[in-house]
Design a protein around this ligand. Structure first.
Ligand code: AMP
Length: 396
């Protein structure tokens, strides 16, 4: 048997999943959290779904990987014996990384160097890489970048209309994120409709706590709603998405907010939370159903923004063949799916209300038979996509 370990590392936690290279079945998964705090935690779930948890101090990521190895050993799995590679999620690959890449010393330096563009993410991803390389020194480690899929965007999509020399010096441009998910869903959708991905014009809506949309032409990203950072674009749980940049300056000058306060405002206190006091879409929908005006407005703004991007991408792609919804909201909210695509029959887009509310969980069609555009719900699986890309690089 051979397996790939997928690691998604944050600054004080990491998630992992062991995936069988052939069957693509998840053999184990877990979470190590509160690293560096007096009481850390670890949860491990084995292939049978048996879950074990423990609390103990975990001083750093290296100690976290030791805890993970013990959990594997306790469940009777010799993870080292079966492992062919470790795949790491890395948020920001800049313009340098456009495909999954085997992690050498130079690649680590580059990931570190890109921290300026992603100060919250890349250092945390790197901490996981360094610790995992110590825990598994004999296998290849591969970085899979959230930005890589969008490196096919043309300059017209990724360029901000600001001073060109300044933008180049500070690498200010649109990179896009959620690329691993957009790629997975675009390929899964093509497979589902039984057509080569090269022949399809697709729009993918990744609507989770973070949210982004992607225009995929023949399997290549040609535009996406997130920008230099994951703040641009759609309305999210706590992020504003698009906003007139002059508002930030106005708030700094008139409300006396510092740059850090504006940062917190836009990333942590805006979006659904800022509008309605609730960052979780389920709570917003429940409140709106009960007549809460702020929650209703939050939904209206959310839907309006998403529809604007649908319109933009319809035109950019010169028509669309498949539209797919994915992630927490996209997979689970018939209401938002139907509102986002309401009244687009003249564009060949028609949702079937019965299919849209079906309790099925897998990839499924929600458009009518007459709909020229096929509308799908496609559960995303970023871990599996990272495992696949990792195996493709190491030749597994
Ligand atoms: P994710 O980041 O992909 O885990 O998505 C999280 C978001 O999905 C949260 O805003 C949840 O409220 C939302 N979500 C999960 N289930 C549902 C549901 N049944 N209806 C509406 N939103 C949901």
């Amino acid at each position: 048997m051979s397996a790939v370990l997928v690691v998604n590392s944050g600054s004080s936690s990491f998630k992992y999943q062991l995936i069988d290279a052939e069957s693509e079945v998840t053999l184990a998964s877990g979470l190590v959290e509160r690293i560096g705090e007096p009481t850390g935690g670890a949860t491990h779930t084995d292939a049978a779904g048996e879950r074990t948890s423990l609390e103990l101090e975990i001083v750093d990521h290296t100690a976290g990987f030791a805890v993970m190895l013990e959990a594997f050993a306790a469940s009777g799995v010799d993870v080292v014996a079966d492992l062919v590679a470790v795949g790491h999620r890395v948020v920001q690959g800049g313009a340098r990384f456009f495909e999954p890449t085997i992690i050498t010393d130079l690649v680590r330096i580059n990931i570190d160097e890109l921290s300026g563009l992603a100060p919250l993410h890349n250092p945390a991803n790197l901490a996981g890489i360094i610790a995992a390389q110590k825990a598994f020194p004999d296998v290849s480690h591969v970085a899979v970048f959230d930005t890589a899929f969008h490196q096919t965007m043309p300059p017209a999509s990724y360029t901000y209309a600001i001073d060109a020399a300044l933008a180049e010096k500070y690498r200010v441009r649109r990179y896009g994120f959620h690329g691993t998910s957009h790629r997975f869903v675009a390929h899964a959708a093509a497979e589902f409709v039984g057509r080569p991905v090269e022949d399809l014009r697709q729009i993918v809506l990744h609507l989770g706590n973070g949210a982004s949309m992607c225009a995929v032409d023949g399997g290549r990203s040609i535009d996406t709603s997130m920008g230099m950072t994951p703040l641009e674009g759609l309305v999210m749980g706590t992020r504003s998405g698009d906003i007139d940049p002059a508002v930030l300056l106005y708030l700094q000058r008139r409300a006396g907010l510092s740059a850090d306060e504006v940062d917190t405002l836009l990333n942590k206190r805006s979006g659904l939370l800022g509008l309605s006091g609730r960052g979780d879409m389920r709570d917003v929908q429940t409140a709106a159903d009960a007549g809460d005006e702020a929650a209703k407005l939050a939904l209206d703004v959310y839907v309006h923004r998403a529809r604007s991007y649908i319109g933009a991408y319809l035109v950019e792609l010169r028509g669309v063949d498949v539209i797919s919804f994915t992630a927490g909201v996209g997979e689970n909210s018939p209401l938002l799916r139907s509102r986002i695509l309401a009244g687009l029959e003249s564009f060949g887009i028609e949702i079937d209300p019965v299919l849209n509310t079906s309790p099925d969980r897998g990839a499924r069609v929600i458009s009518t038979e007459n709909s020229r555009v096929t509308v799908l719900v496609v559960p995303t699986n970023e871990e599996l996509e990272i495992a696949r890309q990792t195996l493709a690089v190491v030749g597994g």
